[in-house]
Write a protein that binds this ligand. Structure first.
Ligand SMILES: Nc1ncnc2c1ncn2[C@@H]1O[C@H](COP(=O)(O)OP(=O)(O)OP(=O)(O)O)[C@@H](O)[C@H]1O
Length: 237
């Protein structure tokens, strides 16, 4: 099956600190890929490199065949991301922010698509509220909306569920599963191991920048093993 993301010895150093150490992995089309790891293991750094927000120190990564180092804008045009800032501009309303995204991405039928997302994520009543006055969960809804509103074939999202209540988490999880069942690819980082076990088709486990495991959820579950058992056995050693 086609690899949508390919990395080879991908490395990021911040001074003497090696945040991501020679990671080689492939993400297949249609995967719901979960990147797991303890605090500071390099998950955000990986996502930032794969979305062209920071440049690798060495090694390489290709997304849709585009090199993250030389074509970051090409990649960001194609994929859905929540940018580094993670918050919409405070001086725009939710709808004004989506119009701004619609202009940049040249999205046809923006109004109609925004209506669908306001309804689906249940924040229609916040449409005309300034972003600075939105709750953290509602800001996360808006950021998810802007990541998916142009119907990308690939989205890379750092901790997509963390600010949501359990009901909204269920709804978003179901969306992620149906999004990938349609042939799209989703790459998420998460600390929620039960959630990853429930929805991911493949996982990778990072520990102090090193890739300790990558495999399908079937291979994780061999012998009735739980993802948390595998995770803890790898990162506690
Ligand atoms: N801009 C930076 N400058 C210096 N060090 C950085 C920078 N960004 C990240 N790091 C370091 O790189 C390492 C990996 O950080 P990263 O944010 O990628 O981890 P993470 O797995 O996403 O962590 P968490 O689960 O806590 O969000 C950490 O030691 C972090 O302190």
């Amino acid at each position: 099956m086609e690899n949508i993301i390919k990395t080879e010895s991908l490395t990021k150093k911040f001074g003497d600190l090696i945040a991501v150490n020679a990671v080689t992995l492939n993400v297949r089309k249609g995967s719901l890929f979960g990147l797991l790891g303890p605090n500071g293991s390099g998950k955000t750094t990986m996502i930032k490199m794969l979305t062209g927000q920071i440049v690798p120190s060495s090694g390489n990564a290709h997304v849709f065949g585009l090199d993250v180092a030389t074509d970051p804008v090409g990649i960001r045009t194609l994929v859905g991301i929540i940018p580094e800032q993670e918050s919409p501009p405070s001086f725009l309303t939710a709808m004004e922010y989506l119009e701004f995204i619609g202009d940049i991405r040249k999205i046809p039928d923006l109004e109609q698509k925004a209506d669908w997302w306001f309804d689906f994520l249940e924040y229609e009543d916040k449409r005309n509220v300034l972003c600075k006055d939105l709750s953290r969960g509602t800001r996360q809804k808006l950021m998810l909306t802007q990541a998916f509103i142009h119907n990308p074939e690939l989205a890379l999202i750092d901790e997509p569920l963390i600010n949501f209540d359990p009901i909204m988490q269920d709804k978003v999880k179901a969306f992620f599963v149906s999004y990938t069942k349609q042939g799209n690819t989703l790459f998420i980082s998460t600390h929620l191991l039960e959630t990853a076990e429930e929805i991911c088709s493949e996982v990778a486990i990072l520990h102090v920048g090193n890739l300790l495991y990558t495999g399908t959820m079937e291979s994780v579950r061999e012998g009735n093993r739980h993802l948390s058992d595998l995770f803890l056995s790898l990162v506690r050693t």
